[in-house]
Design a protein around this ligand. Structure first.
Ligand code: SF4
Ligand code: SF4
Length: 381
């Protein structure tokens, strides 16, 4: 069986509108609960929490635990790389941020069409291979949101890669856009251990439509909805499943679910196919809340946040009632200082290439504006 990793992408915040306001006290508690449960794999990235993710790892793990008691995985931010000269300073900064002398796992972050400026123009693979030879990295790999064909090309060209980090969950397994199953099979074909990210699809699989929850509960009333998602990934032939818990309670539940994750039987796998069908007919935007798009937006639209509200609105307010909690939440969002509304989108399209889920963000924002920015929700022109 694989291990549970602690993904540090969506840490708890003191101010939900400020992604740098990490609640360190709670993160310390999460780290302790996670280590006490017998796990030790932490996953972060240069860009998480607007540059504070690696520093949070240092503060909450490195400064509190001996180096040989944990493993750290982080990622080179391909999004910002345009030339070779950036690599050495960036890598040195990442070591400094994390407070370590070497990384256990180091990845090129999201090798895909979205980061081709970096991997086409700069020899990233030789750089990480050299860093490994110099002793600063134990294992090199990539994370990717590319499709199976793309992954195969990379693994064929770069046999030096030792592992891959892939987005896998029961909903994306057969999804043609995400290509989870096929990517997983390609990794296996090249004998690369797989680390799994997004087992709950950014929390979405914890909050499935009522109709889907009903068939899971009818089959087994004692199993939570998230346990199905965890059992699906925990029993794949992978090496690590990253939980991206955003508070202590979620993390503790994830640990329990992981420890109790017995394999799904054929009947249960069939139920997950039915559940996926129901969810797919309900999901409006396939957003995982990774926030890669957010920093690029000149209008300061918190795309991840409002897509989340929009998805929930579409599921919970199917009848289009004139008032809804989500509409109210959107109104509250609109009152925050320095945030853009969906209708502020200028269609500059700079966000589109950042989105690993290939969402046509400005198009969706038009629908978001139509849904929320109405008189019924307190908006006036
Ligand atoms: S297209 Fe709209 S949402 Fe995307 S970056 Fe431009 S203004 Fe922001
Ligand atoms: S729209 Fe795309 S890039 Fe932005 S948060 Fe969602 S999945 Fe991530």
């Amino acid at each position: 069986m694989n291990k549970l990793g602690m993904g540090m992408m969506r840490l708890p915040l003191l101010d939900e509108n400020d992604f740098t306001s990490i609640d360190y006290e709670q993160v310390n508690q999460m780290v302790d609960a996670y280590m006490d449960a017998g796990f030790n794999h932490f996953d972060t990235a240069y860009i998480y929490h607007e540059g504070m993710g690696e520093k949070a790892f240092k503060k909450c793990v490195v400064e509190r635990y001996p180096r040989d008691s944990f493993k750290i995985a982080t990622k080179l931010p391909l999004f910002v790389i345009t030339e070779e000269s950036q690599l050495e300073p960036l890598f040195a900064e990442q070591l400094e941020n994390c407070g370590v002398e070497y990384f256990d796992y180091f990845m090129l972050h999201n090798v895909s069409g979205y980061t081709e400026t970096a991997w086409k123009n700069v020899d990233l693979y030789s750089f990480i291979q050299n860093k490994k030879e110099e002793g600063f990295i134990k294992h090199i790999g990539i994370s990717t949101h590319g499709n199976a064909e793309f992954l195969e090309e990379i693994l064929f060209m770069h046999p030096e890669l030792e592992f891959v980090l892939l987005q896998i969950n029961y909903l994306d397994w057969e999804d043609e856009g995400i290509d989870s199953r096929k990517c997983f099979e390609v990794a296996k074909k090249y004998n690369k251990p797989v680390m799994i990210m997004e087992p709950y699809k950014g929390g979405f699989l914890a909050d499935v439509p009522e109709e889907a929850e009903k068939i899971m509960k009818e089959y087994n009333p004692d199993r939570s909805v998230v346990s199905w998602a965890m059992r699906f990934v925990a029993n794949l032939d992978a090496c690590v499943v990253l939980t991206g818990a955003s508070n202590l309670e979620q993390l503790e539940n994830n640990i329990q679910e992981f420890k109790n994750a017995d394999p799904l039987n054929d009947e249960e796998l069939k139920i997950l196919e039915d559940v996926s069908e129901i969810i797919n007919s309900n999901i409006t935007v396939d957003c995982t809340k990774c926030r890669y798009c957010v920093d690029t937006c000149p209008e300061e639209i918190d795309i991840a946040k409002i897509f989340d509200l929009y998805n929930k609105e579409k599921i919970l307010n199917k009848d289009g009632n004139p008032w809804s909690q989500l509409g109210n939440a959107y109104l509250n969002y609109s009152r925050l200082p320095d945030v853009g509304l969906a209708s502020d989108c200028s269609e500059c399209e700079s966000c589109i290439e950042e989105c690993p889920q290939q969402i046509n963000i400005p198009e969706v924002l038009k629908d978001v504006a139509k849904t929320f920015e109405t008189e019924g929700y307190g908006f006036t022109n």
